[in-house]
Design a protein around this ligand. Structure first.
Ligand code: MG
Ligand code: ZN
Length: 218
């Protein structure tokens, strides 16, 4: 019986996610669902894009965290509309939580919406939000074994970012082992290596975003 209940929850979520997706398309918003374990650099990676693109396109951010508004405050300081969703203990965002945030955003002015999911490499994979693309950020200090341990998240992502590559000389991390693992799980994902600290690779992240925004409008 437990399995049946879970099925119902997922299909209700999928229904709401579809409505979210239609709302995004109606407003010509490209929505990106960003997942990672805590501390991988989700906010830093979003901030790097904001600093490069604000003024050129309309950006909005929805921040998902179990508690606090630290990340939304950081984004607001850049002059970008941001909404903080506190999940109150839930370890992922769902489509209904997301839709509750829409009233607080100037949707007509937004071209690119970053949705920063709760830091967690497990259950965000099970909850569609209505996004156009899923991005997974892994980071060098976490180790090269994360794709082997959390295959579903890596399998579902359109873009895998490896962050903190400036730490490669100091940390035991086999780049090729990591890339081979991602490729083994997901032949189609783009893989980009970056450092939010040095700025290395950020240009490729911006190029991926530009292409993704164009594709979402077709
Ligand atoms: Mg964050
Ligand atoms: Zn969860």
């Amino acid at each position: 019986m437990k399995i049946k209940v879970l099925k119902n929850i997922l299909s209700a979520n999928d229904q709401r996610a579809q409505e979210n997706h239609e709302l995004f398309d109606g407003h010509k918003i490209c929505a990106i669902n960003i997942t990672a374990s805590p501390g991988a650099g989700k906010t830093s990676t979003i901030m790097a894009a904001i600093r490069a693109l604000k003024g050129e396109i309309g950006i909005g951010v929805i921040e998902g965290d179990i508690s606090s508004s630290i990340d939304a405050e950081a984004v607001s300081k850049e002059g970008i509309p941001a909404v903080q969703i506190n999940t109150g203990g839930a370890c992922h965002l769902d489509a209904t939580m997301l839709s509750n945030a829409f009233d607080s955003l100037p949707l007509a002015e937004i071209d690119l919406l970053f949705i920063e999911n709760v830091g967690n490499l497990i259950c965000p994979a099970s909850f569609a939000l209505g996004e156009h693309k899923k991005v997974l950020i892994a980071s060098v200090p976490e180790g090269d074994d994360k794709p082997y341990k959390y295959p579903v998240m890596f399998n579902q992502s359109d873009l895998v970012i490896l962050n903190k590559i400036d730490l490669l000389p100091y940390v035991k991390f086999d780049r090729q082992r990591f890339i081979d693992a991602v490729r083994g799980l997901n032949k189609n994902a783009t893989i980009i290596e970056i450092s939010c600290t040095t700025g290395e690779g950020i240009e490729r992240w911006l190029e991926w975003l530009a292409t993704t925004i164009d594709d979402s409008r077709e």
